[in-house]
Ligand binder design. Structure first.
Ligand code: SIN
Length: 541
């Protein structure tokens, strides 16, 4: 095979993409993992809390299912929740076989953490760097697999389908089409390459950068979701953006996560008067589901006019905190905060997208050969609000189930790759107009933060829609007239994500889970998931 021919391409190198690639490669298929930065740059790396999973005899599957359904506020698919929760322990055993060592107590049992919405301790963790530890374990496995090629600094742009090649009319349903490859920008060589693949797994889902303030790394620009949507695949529940209640308040836009596990160890939220206010908002106090905690903080900040509230974990010794939360301890110290003595200034920030590409429990989308897992996918597990630490669990389970589905899909396809046309480059860079890109990045993120945040209104959403449409037009013109580069591609994807969030939010005439609007403060009697689908673009590149 040539170096641009693969059986399967994976877009994204986090827990979902790597686990999937390992399982498919183990069956003898040639897999390429495309990642726009270095292989270790992923959202997974930033997951501090851990993996929610039933591992102790005292816990029960039903209890984890119940907590997930309750957090999801009536929009979870119970069958999906049950299947994912049940399969969790098997996937955890696999990680342990890969060499991952979850934190243990002195008795040798797992040291289980607790987070919001969980009725008991069930979060497996590696101190406060769980995601990083998992990523390292999986990357070590990937480097041993002869069937996997990791293509770093390779930015996937768009899926190529048979229908596109044949110039089928717009509007034809994706069910009758199939994936044959994708275009990707080789960032260092500054040229777009054509890759052939009989199946593509979208595992690049984080969207935090669509908001001005986010706990996510810079790579989280919704590339996978935008690409799938442009390929005509339905995307759903995008109004349910989870704002993490506690990120470190600071002067710049980056927000360092203060894990919910800190509240799981008894940290108290206080307002500017020092009052522990959460009991006024929810019987579970600090461990209420995330949507409730984030809204409560928002309300307290608005009341006091302060740009943050306080998180107080000073009842624990420095020794305990250094051991249990080494990264949080050190990072706060670098900002002059000794968390054993000082309260931590915290503020909510965009953290996780509970919506995404609509998939089956086997990661299949409506387009044959296109799969999605991890944050990119919407399986029905999270409903209107994800239960803390359910995301890594979902990523592992979907990756493995998706791998089985892809393998049986490939077995029924001809092996010869389809001949694919090269990318058409429409021109050079327009240095005079670069300001369009940087300005529109800023405007988009500020618009989303101000108008599509924790508390919404129809009027603000409509304002956002008008502005985003203008940005979309400008970026569309730019895209078709000049050569592509990473910041243009990211902005193009973020605009799609923003449009999806706003459109889904405008369709939900109720307040539920993470979507709260002052115009419809009650829950609707018969809620439906929101679902959007765009017809495939006819143009080839
Ligand atoms: C956290 O540690 O609070 C984040 C974990 C998650 O988002 O599930």
């Amino acid at each position: 095979m040539r170096d641009n021919e693969f059986d399967v391409l994976v877009v994204g190198s986090g827990i979902a993409g790597l686990s999937f690639a390992l399982a498919v490669a183990a069956e003898g298929w040639r897999v390429g993992i495309l990642t726009k930065k270095n292989r270790a740059d992923s959202n997974t790396n930033y997951a501090q809390g851990g993996i929610a999973c039933v591992t102790s005899e005292e816990d029960e599957f039903d209890s984890h299912v119940r907590d997930s359904l309750e957090a999801g506020d009536g929009l979870c698919d119970e069958e999906v929740v049950r299947a994912i929760v049940r399969e969790g322990p098997r996937r955890i055993r696999e990680l342990i076989e890969f060499g991952l060592r979850f934190s243990q107590g002195e008795d040798g049992e797992f040291d289980l953490g607790r987070e919001g919405g969980h009725s008991r301790r069930r979060i497996l963790h590696v101190k406060d760097m769980t995601g990083k530890a998992i990523e390292e374990a999986l990357l070590a496995q990937v480097s041993r697999s002869p069937n996997i090629v990791v293509l770093e600094h390779t930015f996937a742009i768009d899926i190529i389908t048979r229908g596109k090649l044949e110039g089928r009319p717009k509007g034809e349903s994706p069910e009758d089409d199939r994936v044959v490859g994708l275009y990707a920008l080789d960032v260092h060589a500054n040229r777009v390459r054509t890759f052939s693949a009989r199946a593509v797994m979208i595992a690049a889902g984080g969207i935090g950068k669509v908001y001005l303030y986010t706990s996510n790394p810079d790579i989280a620009t919704g590339d996978g979701i935008a690409m799938a949507y442009r390929a005509g695949v339905p995307v759903m529940n995008m109004e349910f953006i989870q704002f993490h209640p506690t990120t470190l308040y600071g002067s710049d836009e980056k927000r360092f996560l203060i894990s919910e596990a800190v509240r799981g160890e008894g940290a108290v939220l206080r307002n500017m008067d020092g009052e522990a206010f959460m009991a006024r908002y929810h019987p579970q106090g600090e461990l209420a589901p995330r949507d409730t905690v984030a809204r409560a903080i928002d309300a307290e900040m608005k009341k006091s006019g302060s740009p943050h509230v306080w998180l107080d974990i000073t009842h624990h010794s420095g020794e305990f905190l250094k051991q249990r939360f080494p990264v949080i301890y050190e990072t706060c110290l670098e900002s002059g905060i000794d968390i054993a003595r000082d309260r931590i200034p915290v503020v909510p920030a965009a953290h996780y997208n509970c919506g995404g590409v609509e998939t089956s429990l086997d990661a299949e989308t409506l387009l044959p050969g296109l799969y999605a897992c991890g944050e990119a996918a919407c399986t029905g597990l999270h409903g209107a609000n994800r239960l803390a630490s359910n995301s890594l669990l979902e990523a592992l389970v979907l990756a493995r189930r998706g791998a089985r589905a892809v393998v049986s899909y490939l077995e029924n396809l001809p092996r010869a790759p389809d001949p694919l046309p090269d990318w058409i480059d429409y021109g050079g860079h327009n240095e005079d107009e670069r300001v369009v890109i940087s300005h529109n990045w800023d405007e988009l993120r500020r618009t989303m933060w101000d108008y599509v945040g924790i508390v919404r209104s129809t009027r603000r959403l409509e304002r956002a829609r008008t502005r985003i449409r203008n940005l979309a037009q400008e970026v569309h013109d730019y895209y078709w007239n000049f050569s592509v580069d990473p910041s243009l591609l990211e902005l193009r994807n973020l605009i799609v994500v923003a449009e999806l969030i706003v459109e889904c939010a405008l369709r939900r005439n109720e307040s539920r889970g993470l979507h709260y609007t002052i115009d419809y403060p009650e829950k609707a009697l018969f809620p439906e998931p929101s679902r959007l689908r765009r017809m495939p673009e006819k143009k080839l590149s």
